[in-house]
Write a protein that binds this ligand. Structure first.
Ligand code: URP
Ligand code: ZN
Ligand code: ZN
Length: 487
């Protein structure tokens, strides 16, 4: 066979295997894997380097208008360029519904934003903040069939939160239509109550953000979300878990055999509440929800990555500049509860986990690949097209120099945020060459991809979203009384 490209003599690592081989690429997909493949039109020598499936960052906020009207700093060009430089070849970003919006309109709006700009492939999760009758009955089922097979709901934030009744409505729909529900789990009233008391005491600085979002509020909401999902026998995925409280609820559910999946992010491994305690407003740069906790929580999260509690490691890249367009949109004196929530991280996500996880032997290479790529592809309905090195898969690959030492500095990153919370941190391991569908998108730190060359990836209904078939006692009663279908 004539190959367009052969990646020669790399150490190919997947979630389950490690093989020294050549990879032959034709027409954007992997056409052969083996030793001494025939010469390709183009050749890349990967000897001495790893070849991983391209990273999948399954939690990013790109060109998204926040519920308080602040636009993210990264659009689909800067966001995807930055992702590609860090070894990520697919992002899942949010198409965010604000109350009263038609979900169909929201989705077409995000398509318009992404189509002309993305340099790597992308898909959308939906954010559902208004599960009205028409959204649930009419719009969502069609969108799910068209490849938007996951959505996020919030248990906090005034403008986004669903109450338990609405969560049940969404879970019911998710089970019926085969979609996966992602949950931002924090107890809204605990946060509201603590915030009010802090502000009454005159405690306004960014560091109080960490006080106002207690670990227990995360743990309680996580347990509640899992109970609601279990009641309706639908799987769920708890996003951006920050500490043991949430983790324990997840582990309890997983031990009981429930399909409860979990995600964590770099900010919970590499930042603590101390990072919010900086002079003036600088701590605002590290304000995100849930907030970074303490060293014990970081260790707990590392254990969760190693023992399989977490399936995905995403960035939750929520890019806001440290100026009046972003973090300081409510002024330089704004109290902590008026600071835009979120931290950037999509370019450094894989290097941070490789360096501190693999090289420090907290996780192995296969876990690294699974957490940064393969499992997201499986959970969100893109496998094996994405997240694998196998014949027929998209040739989304990253040739990774496992020895390259880099000191993280925002001026060398490619996002539009203006800072990184990881400034000055030294990491070992960085992408050399990044391929998306066989196209070299980044080579030796240089962008090679054309604006708009990324593709929308419609996603399958994932098996992760299939119910267990373990209905509640009440579901059994309803079936006995002849109302099984409606339940
Ligand atoms: O603080 C965060 N995580 N901001 C981004 C929005 C979200 O809740 O994921
Ligand atoms: Zn969230
Ligand atoms: Zn997020």
């Amino acid at each position: 066979m004539d190959f367009d490209l052969v990646i020669r003599d790399g150490n190919a690592v997947t979630a389950t295997e490690e093989v020294f081989c050549d990879i032959g690429i034709k027409g954007g997909t992997i056409a052969a894997i083996g030793k001494k493949l025939p010469k390709g039109e183009r050749e890349i020598d990967a000897e001495g380097n790893y070849v991983f499936p391209g990273g999948i960052d399954s939690h990013t906020h790109i060109e998204q208008l926040s519920s308080s009207g602040i636009m993210c700093a990264d659009d689909f060009y800067t966001g995807t360029v930055s992702a590609a430089h860090g070894g990520t070849t697919t992002i899942l970003s949010f198409a965010a519904q604000h109350k009263g919006d038609s979900l169909r309109d929201v989705v077409s709006d995000y398509h318009m934003k992404a189509k002309e700009k993305a340099v790597i492939d992308y898909g959308f999760h939906l954010i559902i903040s208004d599960p009205s009758e028409s959204v649930l009955q009419d719009e969502l089922p069609e969108l799910i069939r068209n490849g938007y097979t996951s959505f996020k709901v919030y248990m906090t934030y005034d403008a986004l939160r669903l109450d338990d009744y609405q969560m049940l409505d969404v879970f019911h729909l998710a089970r019926r239509e085969g979609a996966l529900t992602m949950i931002h789990a924090e107890n809204h009233d605990i946060i509201r109550w603590v915030t009010k008391r802090l502000l009454d005491l005159g405690a306004r600085a960014p560091k109080f953000h960490a006080v106002s979002h207690p670990r227990l509020a995360e743990g309680e909401a996580t347990s509640r979300a899992i109970s609601l999902a279990e009641f309706l026998d639908t799987p769920c995925l708890i996003v951006h878990v920050s500490a043991e409280d949430g983790m324990e609820a997840i582990q309890r559910a997983q031990r009981r055999g429930l399909k409860v999946f979990a995600e964590t992010c770099p900010q919970y491994l590499f930042l603590t509440a101390e990072d919010l305690d900086q002079p003036d407003m600088a701590g605002a740069m590290c304000c995100c929800s849930p907030p970074p906790r303490d060293v014990a929580s970081q260790e707990a999260i590392w254990r969760g990555l190693a023992n399989g509690t977490f399936q995905v490691f995403s960035s939750d890249h929520a890019p806001y500049r440290f100026d009046e367009t972003g973090k300081l949109s409510q002024g330089e004196e704004a109290p902590f509860n008026k600071i835009a929530n979120g931290v950037p991280g999509l370019e450094v996500r894989m290097p941070l986990l490789f360096s501190e996880g693999v090289l420090k032997k907290r996780i192995d290479l296969h876990q690294f690949v699974d957490l940064t790529s393969t499992r997201a592809a499986k959970l969100y309905g893109m496998f094996p097209r994405k997240g694998s090195i196998s014949v027929g898969a998209d040739a989304d690959l990253v040739i990774w120099d496992g020895q390259k030492e880099v000191t993280i500095a925002w001026e060398n990153l490619h996002d539009n945020v203006g800072y990184t919370p990881y400034e000055g941190r030294k990491v070992t391991g960085w992408p050399l060459t990044v391929l998306s569908r066989g196209r070299v998108v980044v080579d030796a730190g240089e962008l090679q991809a054309e604006k708009g060359s990324g593709l929308f990836i419609p996603r399958e209904k994932p098996s992760s979203a299939e119910p267990l078939g373990r209905g509640s006692h009440e579901a059994g009663l309803m079936a006995r009384y002849g109302f099984g279908e409606a339940w």
